[in-house]
Every structure is written in structure tokens, then in C-alpha cells.
Design a protein around this ligand. Structure first.
Ligand code: SF4
Length: 439
């Protein structure tokens, strides 16, 4: 479609919450391939002039949030590959759990890697496989284990691929006679595209001159969308597997409220991802919902910044309590999750310092007890405070008046039945290929 890179830019901008470390766009006019990448945000990297250089009818963009591989320019996507059949570009969301084994095998066969990200393994596997490109992609996808939503772009064709468990989302929309594939439907809305459908688990959709072709690369396919997509990651205006994120978070808040009877004056949500759940909780219990915490719009998300020092500084920069609202009040504080506990600890202190008389913390997800190997930065059991402390102990540590978590059953009820919940129950849906030694 016309000015594809511009559309990719707007789409990436709406997906900025999914990764803020780096970004890139590759574009093709059917003859040549151009790619621009950089560290940092989309708006920092793409000026109108840079976008003009990215000419063509096809474009592929990516924002990076590193869970595998270092934060270096070589790992920034799309990864460009020159093969004897021409250039192709690869962008990937997720994490490949058998990456180490595949990388060793590829290196033994002579592959030379530029970076350390698992996306490069995907590119090498495609390059080395035999047959036409769809056969190459099929055989590559069949060898990968773990979570992957992948888009491959050649000079005139796109391929959208989703792992057989459907862990990461991938949606397709239609705009101006063309197609757009994105991790979240909010990107489709941004470019005025109409949602068509999700890429199914284990499916490859080819968008080419002849129109659309679909292929399956796995016999057994299940729906195990990452629960944290609903709880934390996705934008409230996105629909995941046909379920609106805001509505499902609100439902989670209502389910939490139905089993709660603590007395309170106001309900306060931690901006931004907990506001929908706080509204649901307040509505259900008929307690006023108030804006007791204010978010500084100009600070990044604390959870996905890679270094601990940055995270801690980030909490202070990000939130402040509104004294006139919270002073002397018994507060229900709704938050989406507790990872390391440091953010919750600071928020409770912040509200206490602003004069709150009681703080009852309600977490609209179960305690996080196991690492994620599928593309979310929950790297080790040791950093997850709920793996070391039970609810009572954690409540004391947070200096809260009470603490409750949403049950696993209510989490499934609020979001969707087919979920990955491994970080809450330790039941991984794939083999971990030795990565579990980290547990
Ligand atoms: S382990 Fe947790 S964070 Fe990782 S994919 Fe599953 S639900 Fe999502």
C-alpha cells in the first residue's frame, strides 16, 4: 500500500508500550529494500526525512523489549537477511525456548551470528531451509519451540506466523486495499484499518500478489494467550482473542470486589494498567472511585526498563499521591501485579506520607511465583517477591493494612479460559529445554 512506512510508524507509535529500548522499520518498493533502526523511542528515531527514505508499498516495523539477547544495535529488529533468493526481513515478538540448542546447531553448520537475540536464529533457519519461502518458513516454525509471533517480509510478500500455543497475540486488519498485521488491535485502529481476524495458533498467513493463502505448520494447536497481556501489557483499547482488554480488566476488578468486604472511603487504581480494574472494583462495591495517584505522562513504564537502578528511580519519577484526595481516607489500592515488590512498597509509603489512614492493597492477578520463558521480563524466581513471601508476610513487608490477590480461577473467568498462567502456577505449556535450571 502507498506510504507503507508511514503507516508502520503510526502503528509502532501506538505499540510503543510493548517495547521502549529500540525500534526499526524496513521498507520495500518491490525492487529495493531499505531499513532504519535506532536505540530509543519511535519518535526519537524517525523524522519525516527518515521516513521519506523508507519508500515503498511494503513495510515492517518493530519496537524492542529485550527478554533474550543484549540491548545492542545488532539485536534491533527487523533483522535483514540477504539470501540467494533475495532480501528478506524478520520481526519477532516472544521468546524461543530451544534457542540455545538451535544456535549451537546452526553455528556448527557454519552460520555466523551478528547479535545475540533469538530472532537472528529464526532468520538463519529460514535462510538455510530448503524449498520455496513458504516451505522454509513452515519448516522453521516447526523447529521453534516457545512463544513467537513473527512477520517475514520479502520485496513483495509478507508472512505472518504464530506459535502453536498462541502465546503472543497477532492480529490482521485491512486498510486501503492492503493488509496490516500487528501485535495489538490498537495499532489497527490508529491507522484506520478494519480488524479482519487474529492469526490462529500454528498458522502462517501469506499476503502476496495472488491475495491471501493460509497454511498450518503444526498438528496440535492450542489457545494459551499470555495472561499478562490482559493483566499488564496490552493497551485497554486493544482486543485480544476477541476480548477487550479494558472490559476484561474491569471484570477482574468486579470479581475481586465480589469476594471482599473491607471498609473503605475510596478506591484508587495505580495508573495506567490498573485503572480499569479499579473502576470495576469501585462499581461493584459502590465505593467512590478517585484519582488518588497521578502519573507523570513523561516517564516510561518502570517494569520494562532493563536495569534495576533505572526501575527504582523510575517509580519516584512516575507517580505522585494527591494529598487533598487521600488525606484521612481509608483506601482500597488496586494494582495489576506485584513483581519485585519495590513499586508497591513505594506507593503504599507515598499514600501513607500523603495522609491516607488505611491502605488495603488488592492485586488483580494471582501472586507471581515462577519466571517467564515466553517473552516477559520475569527472569528469575529470586526476583519475584511472592516466591519468597506468603501473602501475610508480604502484607507486613509492604506496610499495608491488608493484601489480597485475585484467584487463578477468577483470572481465567475475567480474561479468557485458554490462558498461559505459568508464572502464577509454574505449569509451563512447553518443554523448557533446560532453561528451567534457572528456577
Ligand atoms: S509465564 Fe506468565 S508472563 Fe510468561 S507467557 Fe505465561 S502468563 Fe505470560
Amino acid at each position: 500500500m502507498k506510504d507503507a512506512a508511514q503507516l508502520a510508524y503510526y502503528g509502532l507509535h501506538s505499540l510503543q508500550h510493548r517495547g521502549q529500548e529500540a525500534c526499526g522499520i524496513a521498507a520495500s518498493d518491490g525492487m529495493t529494500f531499505v531499513s532504519r533502526k535506532g536505540m530509543g523511542l519511535v519518535t526519537e528515531n524517525f523524522s519525516p526525512k527518515k521516513l521519506q527514505d523508507l519508500n515503498g508499498m511494503h513495510a515492517l516495523g518493530h519496537t524492542r523489549y529485550a527478554t533474550a539477547g543484549a540491548n545492542i544495535i545488532e539485536n534491533v529488529q527487523p533483522i535483514m537477511v540477504r539470501s540467494h533468493q533475495g532480501y528478506f526481513a524478520v520481526a519477532h515478538n516472544g521468546q524461543i525456548v530451544n534457542a540455545d540448542k538451535l544456535r549451537i546447531e546452526l553455528e556448527m553448520q557454519g552460520s555466523i551470528f551478528q547479535g545475540t537475540a533469538d530472532t537472528e536464529i529464526i532468520a538463519h533457519l529460514i535462510q538455510r531451509a530448503s524449498g520455496n519461502l513458504i516451505e522454509k518458513i513452515k519448516s522453521t516454525a516447526a523447529q521453534l519451540d516457545g512463544a513467537f509471533s513473527i512477520v517475514v517480509m520479502t520485496k513483495n510478500t509478507m508472512y505472518a506466523v504464530r506459535d502453536r500455543y498462541g502465546i503472543r497475540p497477532l492480529s490482521v486488519g485491512m486498510v486501503d486495499g492492503g493488509y496490516i498485521v500487528a501485535s495489538e488491535t490498537c495499532a489497527l485502529e490508529t491507522v484506520s484499518a478494519q480488524f479482519w481476524r487474529d492469526v490462529e495458533p500454528g498458522e502462517i498467513i501469506k499476503f502476496g500478489k495472488q491475495g491471501i493463502e493460509t497454511y498450518l505448520f503444526a498438528e496440535s494447536r492450542t489457545h494459551n494467550l499470555c495472561a499478562m497481556e490482559y493483566i499488564y501489557f496490552a493497551r485497554p483499547d486493544s482486543d485480544l482473542e476477541g476480548v477487550n482488554v479494558h472490559a476484561s480488566r474491569k471484570r477482574a476488578g468486579q470479581l475481586m470486589a465480589m469476594k471482599d468486604n473491607v471498609e473503605a472511603d475510596i478506591v484508587v487504581g495505580v495508573p495506567d494498567s490498573s485503572l480499569s480494574a479499579a473502576m470495576g472494583y469501585a462499581e461493584q462495591r459502590k465505593i467512590p472511585y478517585e484519582m488518588g495517584l497521578l502519573k507523570n505522562k513523561y516517564s516510561g513504564r518502570t517494569f520494562i526498563q532493563p536495569l534495576q537502578e533505572d526501575r527504582e528511580r523510575g517509580v519516584k519519577m512516575k507517580l505522585s499521591a494527591i494529598r487533598s484526595i487521600v488525606e484521612g481516607k481509608k483506601i482500597i489500592l488496586v494494582d495489576d501485579s506485584i513483581v519485585r515488590g519495590t513499586t508497591s512498597l513505594r506507593i503504599v509509603k507515598m499514600l501513607r506520607d500523603a495522609g491516607a489512614s488505611e491502605i488495603h492493597v488488592r492485586i488483580v492477578s494471582p501472586p507471581l511465583i515462577s519466571p517467564c520463558f515466553y517473552g516477559v521480563d520475569l527472569r528469575s524466581k529470586a526476583e519475584l517477591i511472592s516466591s519468597r513471601m506468603n501473602v501475610d508476610k508480604l502484607c507486613k513487608w509492604l506496610k499495608a493494612d491488608s493484601l489480597k490477590f485475585l484467584s487463578l480461577d477468577d483470572t481465567r473467568e475475567a480474561f479468557t479460559k485458554g490462558l498461559c498462567t505459568a508464572c502464577f502456577d509454574g505449569k509451563y505449556i512447553t518443554s523448557l529445554h533446560g532453561m528451567e535450571q534457572r528456577l
